[in-house]
Design a protein around this ligand. Structure first.
Ligand SMILES: Nc1ncnc2c1ncn2[C@@H]1O[C@H](COP(=O)(O)OP(=O)(O)OP(=O)(O)O)[C@@H](O)[C@H]1O
Ligand SMILES: Cc1cn([C@H]2C[C@H](O)[C@@H](COP(=O)(O)O)O2)c(=O)[nH]c1=O
Length: 213
């Protein structure tokens, strides 16, 4: 079920190095230009709040039990929803989040093997809004890229964090879980073949139809 707020919620997803961050600032600016009467905010997960950013440091640097990892991801998300996402959507803003819950299903579920039941329970606990509806993005833009290409792109630009140190088979499982979710919910997902050039991808992003209230 999609969100019931006057605002509009967009998430960017994909395996590490798929190319999301490359376009986020420009995409925010594009939407702000298109919708001058609605503030467009850019945020991220894990993170987006003071507490969330502290949890992000732990999550990206410290080894931990898989369930602890999932619980901390959802704890950061609960804070993010309460402090940032829900107030922004309630006041009619457009929210773009660099990752949201699909990342938990893909990384902790697909990648690490945490059960779907546990993830569904956490999602329902953390994202059920006061009117009983489940908060979900209106639109999820999924950058799809084979793990080997993403690995080579990452290796050229940064020192790997805990997730980025995982091997190719982990990222292939993450990718497959993203694709499975996209297939289950084609109305919400917009799939981008991220092997294409940055320019081509930018043109695709510009052409996506977005209809906030
Ligand atoms: N379409 C593309 N073709 C070739 N290289 C690209 C493309 N898009 C991005 N890159 C390069 O790949 C690297 C990773 O891109 P980026 O940081 O945007 O990925 P990301 O999906 O945001 O990764 P993460 O989720 O780990 O932050 C950067 O060096 C970027 O310039
Ligand atoms: C929200 C979320 C994120 N992750 C992972 C995915 C990435 O490896 C990092 C975030 O780093 P990025 O450079 O900002 O993309 O965290 C996860 O495993 N589960 C989640 O729910």
């Amino acid at each position: 079920m999609t969100n019931q707020f006057p605002g509009y919620f967009i998430s960017f997803e994909g395996i590490d190095g798929a190319g999301k961050s490359t376009h986020l600032d420009a995409f925010r600016a594009l939407l702000q230009e298109r919708f001058p009467h609605q503030e467009v905010i850019l945020t991220r997960e894990p993170g987006g709040t003071a507490l969330g950013e502290k949890l992000r440091s732990l999550l990206l640097d410290s080894p931990m039990n898989i369930e602890t990892e999932a619980l901390l991801m959802f704890a950061a998300r609960r804070e993010h929803i309460a402090q940032v996402i829900e107030p922004a959507l309630s006041s009619g803003k457009i929210v773009i989040s660099d990752r949201f819950t699909d990342a938990s299903f893909a990384y902790q579920g697909g990648g690490r093997g945490l059960s779907l039941n546990k993830l569904n329970a956490l999602e329902s606990w953390v994202q059920t809004m006061p009117n009983g509806q489940l908060l979900q993005p209106n639109l999820t833009i999924l950058f799809d890229l084979p793990g080997s290409i993403a690995e080579s792109r990452r290796s050229q630009v940064r020192t790997p964090d805990k997730f980025e140190k995982m091997d190719l088979s982990f990222f292939e499982k993450v990718r497959q879980e993203y694709l499975r979710r996209a297939q289950l919910d084609p109305q919400r997902f917009y799939l981008i073949d991220a092997t294409q050039t940055k320019e081509h991808i930018w043109n695709l992003l510009k052409a996506i139809e977005i209809n906030p209230a």
